[in-house]
Design a protein around this ligand. Sequence first.
Ligand code: MN
Ligand code: MN
Length: 298
Amino acid sequence: MFTRINKLQIELEKPPKPDPNGAAAVQELLGGRFGEMSTLNNYLHQSFSFREKKKLSPFYDLVASITAEEIGHVELVSTTINLLLEDAVKDGAPTAAPLEPFKDTRLTHHFLLGGPGHIVANSQAQAWTGDYVFNSGNLIIDLLHNFFLETGARLHKHRCYQMTSNSTGRTMIGYLMVRGGVHQAAYGKALEELTGVKMTQFLPLPNIDDAQIPEAKKWMEKGIHRKLYTWSQDDFKNLGAIWNGTATWADNQPLEVTPGTPAGGPVPEGRTTRPEFAPQYDPAEIFEIAQMLIKKAA
Ligand code: MN
Ligand code: MN
């Protein structure tokens, strides 16, 4: 089962100005074939159908714990999109067509369906699908798939970084590049243990060193590129049987397993405007109703 902590894995600040087309590009990292919905759901369903969980605990613990990190990545990418869309829409009466500036943006769904917010789709508004989940029941093939998935995810993050200079987008992408590198290496090391094939010698894939990206380098300087978390108080500790020793791609420093979660940062509050609501119901009325409910619950 799962518990939920009301924090983001890192602190994200609202960009200096709204960036709807930047938000559209970032959608690829949420609902694309190699986006966070895909990494989350691949590992989630592989962990559910994993057989011999106790006997194979180093491998099960690896897939199960990374699953929990990935749902936090879904949260980070979704929040980034929402921050890039915040304040794009100005308050105004429906007759003044306050959404008209967005009829020519790349993803009108952000404003027509999303209110305005993220959608579970890629940068071209194609919906994320369970067809992106690979769950073969064969441990080696699943791990090989996961290694490839993290590799593709890293490639797309690098391209998305090059498509937007937005500071909030780049902050998020820099962190996910580093974490994706850890996952890629972790699946590589798991395959090395099983097959003897030196998977981590493929690294870094793609051939762009994260240290060239300032928003990634700052996390490497804190050792975040050497760490796996268990995302649990007591469970999944046997992933340390795979994630140990030192590695050239981690500056020959020790690989570390940290029980629990990173400290994280606050969840942004978010701000609403009238055009996001259906006509007739004013946001002030809903705030008033919520305040009454909060008082009753106290
Ligand atoms: Mn991820
Ligand atoms: Mn990952």
